[in-house]
Design a protein. Structure first.
Length: 436
């Protein structure tokens, strides 16, 4: 009973921060104190509890540093005109009949290159939404296609914070995870493309004259050199180069482009890498401002503080009772079905993506002995289900940026299909094992 009261008190802290629009970091610090208090009630020494909490942060410190590097990388791509070039080039090929499918695929492409769902929705997402609105597509359908697209890369990009976080908590490797993620997403991707293609054919769409390249040309010299950072990233990933080295090489290649082609001075560039890109043109600012090391500080704090929970749970045995209930549920709805339910509950309470990833791994670890399998199960549940919870920031913020209604969640079919396909696949495997 004490265990459930402790978890309940932590949930109250989370919900209080959400309702009062206070940073979730305060709820996590409150949770840290609550869990320490539980350990003291269980007669654990304070020094032992603090040591356990500190030790559990070690496995995420590397990912925390990588997150800061990702912030600098995305800022450099914005300042160098890399994102502006890619978006301008890609949007030339959006035709009214396939507008919905194009929006899904283009957002999937950019999110895979940049690894950020929020950064993608603020650039490619806003632009494709504007184009689809002008073509006559309903906002709930356009918003869903874009929401699904931005989480394609958020799930499986080598420079995605969520993908790297999953690697850290499950102690797996990013490239092996990506290979398995691609394999498990082939059918959902094909079905999603088919849905958006067919849905687009039934829309009475019309041609638009919006010229994206003209907008970006007001602030950038758009030429082929600006895409070099992206090409270096793709090349390094293709040969499975260390992800930190890959980002450093891409970031380094963007620096001379910022200075010599886009005309930034070194002091301005350093400020941009730290604080984020700030365009002088108002139109460009709406589309490209953001990134920078400071933009990742909150995410890093959430990950580091949340990681202490793992050590406290293990040292105090806090979640063993809950894990027993989870094991019983798994016998009825399969282990992956239980992971889906756990992901939805934790996402609904935490209202973000990072904490559900970590809590789902902690709670459901006994269900899946293979760490690689657990990593993919989390990728196909916690990562993609968080945007489908209406009040979770993973989906609410992108839809707000797009100006799309909450109903757009229903048309983000790729995010629905991934867990459903995983559930069907696991039931098929269990049936085969039973028959054999």
């Amino acid at each position: 009973m004490l265990e459930f009261l402790t978890i309940g008190l932590f949930c109250v802290g989370l919900l209080s921060c959400i309702l009062t629009k206070t940073s979730i970091i305060f709820a996590l610090l409150f949770g840290f104190c609550v869990f320490i208090g539980y350990g003291l009630v269980k007669q654990c020494a304070l020094a032992y509890l603090l040591r356990s909490a500190f030790n559990s942060t070690r496995r995420v410190l590397t990912i925390a540093l990588v997150m800061l590097l990702i912030g600098a990388l995305t800022a450099s791509w914005r300042a160098a005109g890399t994102i502006a070039y890619i978006v301008s080039f890609a949007c030339q090929y959006i035709e009214p009949e396939i507008g919905l499918l194009s929006a899904f695929l283009l957002n999937a492409l950019l999110s895979t290159l940049t690894g950020t769902s929020f950064g993608t929705v603020a650039t490619m997402g806003v632009i494709t939404m504007t184009l689809l609105n002008a073509m006559g597509y309903p906002a709930w359908l356009s918003g869903g296609a874009i929401l699904a697209g931005i989480y394609v890369g958020d799930r499986c990009s080598p420079v995605s914070t969520s993908a790297l976080l999953v690697c850290a908590v499950t102690q797996t490797t990013i490239y092996k995870n990506i290979r398995l993620m691609i394999r498990t997403s082939i059918i959902p991707m094909i079905l999603s493309c088919g849905f958006y293609l067919i849905a687009g054919l039934f829309i009475d769409s019309q041609t638009t004259t919006l010229d994206i390249s003209q907008i970006f040309s007001k602030g950038f010299d758009l030429n082929f050199w600006t895409v070099i950072p992206a090409l270096i990233l793709v090349a390094c990933i293709s040969i499975r180069c260390d992800i930190r080295l890959t980002m450093v090489l891409s970031l380094t290649s963007a620096i001379p482009i910022c200075i010599w082609i886009q005309g930034m001075n070194p002091q301005e560039l350093v400020y941009t890498l730290i604080s984020g890109y700030e365009a002088k043109n108002d139109q460009i600012a709406l589309l490209l401002n953001g990134g920078g090391i400071l933009s990742m500080v909150t995410v890093v704090a959430i990950v580091v503080i949340s990681s202490t929970f793992s050590g406290l749970f293990e040292s105090t045995g806090l979640i063993r009772s809950i894990q027993r209930y989870i094991t019983l549920i798994a016998k009825k709805i399969t282990p992956f079905g239980t992971i889906i339910v756990t992901s939805l509950v934790t996402a609904g309470i935490a209202c973000n993506q990072a904490l559900p990833i970590m809590l789902t791994q902690q709670l459901c670890q006994p269900l899946v002995s293979d760490r690689q399998r657990l990593a993919i199960d989390i990728e196909n549940s916690a990562v993609v289900l968080a945007p489908l919870v209406p009040w979770c920031i993973a989906g609410a913020i992108p839809l707000a940026i797009l100006g799309a209604p909450t109903q757009a969640i229903s048309s983000a079919v790729y995010l629905w299909l991934l867990p459903l396909w995983g559930l069907l696949a696991q039931k098929h495997r269990l049936q085969q094992n039973w028959n054999s």
